[in-house]
Each structure stands twice: as C-alpha cells, then as structure tokens.
Design a protein around this ligand. Structure first.
Ligand SMILES: [Zn+2]
Length: 120
C-alpha cells in the first residue's frame, strides 16, 4: 500500500519521503523532467544510467491507453455506447493529465527497476 501511494505521490521508491522531481508543479514544461541525481532523504540513485527513462515512454503509452479506455469503457457500460462528447472529454482529460502521466510513468519505471532489478 505504501508502494502504491509512493508512486502516485511521485516519491522515492526506497524511503517514500524524498520527492522525485525538483519542481512539484507538473505544468511548468521547462522543469517537467528535472529530477535530483539522488534521493534527498535516503540517497537512492535516481539517474540510474544514460537514457534510463526512455523505458518510461512505454509505461506512459500503456497508462494513457488505460486512461482513455477507462473513460470510454465506463461510457459503454453505463450508456450502452460511446457518444462523441465522451471521446472529446477523454481527449481533453488526457491532455490535462498528460504531464502528470509523464511523471507517474517515470516514478513507476524507477520503482519497478529498484524493487525488482537494481542492487541498492
Ligand atoms: Zn529515498
């Protein structure tokens, strides 16, 4: 449960206290991907290797698909079909949450790495 909230709140996958991103505002596009080199609380390495976060793009794609399908699937189940306004709403919500999804994907990717692959 702690791990689950740690990812949602964009915290360090080891101590769940240190912030993963230097600027907490996800809508500042200049600093959207700025991360400290290591966790300010426990010192866990956030810059695992060059190009490490390229893999987060795949996570971002999957999360975005589930996000869109979740909205349209809910409409399909509750209304029996997917009206155009629901598709429009899904696109608008996707655009609003795109920056958070990018950061969430990085947090998930880093967490998967440190929980299952990396040596601390
Ligand atoms: Zn930490």
């Amino acid at each position: 449960m702690k791990k689950f909230f740690g990812i949602w709140l964009l915290r360090c996958p080891n101590c769940f206290k240190g912030r993963l991103f230097t600027n907490p505002n996800p809508y500042n596009l200049k600093t959207i991907t700025d991360m400290p080199k290591a966790c300010p609380n426990c010192g866990l390495d956030f810059k695992v290797e060059i190009g490490f976060y390229f893999g987060a793009a795949y996570i971002s794609y999957v999360v975005s698909c589930f996000f869109m399908l979740g909205i349209m699937g809910t409409a399909l189940i509750t209304m029996g079909w997917v009206p155009k306004w629901v598709v429009g709403l899904a696109i608008v919500l996707e655009l609003i949450f795109a920056t958070y999804i990018l950061r969430f994907s990085r947090a998930l990717w880093l967490s998967i790495y440190w929980w299952y692959v990396g040596d601390k």
